[in-house]
Design a protein around this ligand. Structure first.
Ligand SMILES: *Cc1c(COP(=O)(O)O)cnc(C)c1O
Length: 236
């Protein structure tokens, strides 16, 4: 059975609108493991941006002009040696999870004479298995953002733990909103809190209800990913 991407996007939009109560929310299609044709259909159906996880897959689809008409975001974990493929090709990098990565992005952006927009990934549940900045480390990092004039920190991103029960992650989303608001109230050079990227297929309504204004949705648009047959390693 074929997946009806158009209907799925329309239904997600309705659910987003209901959860947001009129507040604007950006829908980023998490396009990993979906081919150029599926990506084009999602763009035609009205997603606001596409988010890729793996650099190689992104470069293949860029070569096929898959993202024409939509901004391209990078949402997966990014190795420093792949930064050169992402900076300049992506309008927003959601997944800056270390100072070293921030520095590498800043260097590449400076070499290209551009300013790269990024989000800082927050390890909001302090999970040992996850990367991302612990909340208490953010102020120190943001103080130093002024040193990197070729990057602009536009907000925060989080991937909370996999919820066992619906609603279980709301407290993490609420903690993220507090951080977002607290940081936004302060003045840091090269930092503006415009985007709070949180919420995926299973929990985007909770995330929006707690203040998310950018959700990253994959399987609810494209159907379940077939990890069995796809080349390479799946990337979250
Ligand atoms: C795959 C992915 C998503 C979307 O996941 P779904 O559960 O399919 O909606 C969101 N964010 C990141 C970082 C991802 O890798």
């Amino acid at each position: 059975m074929s997946i009806n991407i158009e209907d799925n996007v329309a239904r997600i939009r309705e659910r987003m609108d209901r959860a947001a109560g009129g507040r604007p929310v950006t829908l980023v299609a998490a396009t990993k493991m979906n081919d150029a044709q599926a990506v084009r259909r999602a763009i035609a159906a009205g997603v606001d941006a596409c988010g890729e996880n793996r650099v190689q897959e992104m470069m293949e689809k860029l070569g096929q002009d898959a993202y024409a008409g939509a901004p391209l975001h990078f949402i997966g974990s990014l190795q420093k040696n792949k930064v050169k493929f992402v900076v300049g090709n992506c309008d927003l990098i959601h997944s800056v999870n270390s100072v070293e990565l921030l520095e590498a992005i800043a260097r590449k952006a400076a070499a290209l004479d551009i300013v790269q927009d990024v989000l800082l990934e927050v390890n909001i549940a302090a999970e040992a298995s996850k990367t991302g900045f612990l909340p208490e480390y953010l102020p120190q990092l943001l103080e130093s953002a002024g040193n990197f004039s070729s990057v602009r920190v536009r907000g925060l991103m989080a991937i909370p733990p996999i919820a066992e029960k619906p609603g279980e992650n709301r407290r993490y989303f609420a903690q993220m909103r507090e951080l977002f608001i607290d940081i936004g109230a302060k003045k840091y050079d090269n930092v503006t809190m415009d985007f709070l990227s949180m919420g995926m297929s299973e929990d985007f309504e909770d995330a929006i209800a707690e203040g998310s204004n950018m959700i990253r949705v994959g399987s609810a648009i494209f159907g379940p990913r077939n990890y069995g047959t796809a080349p390479g390693t799946p990337g979250i």
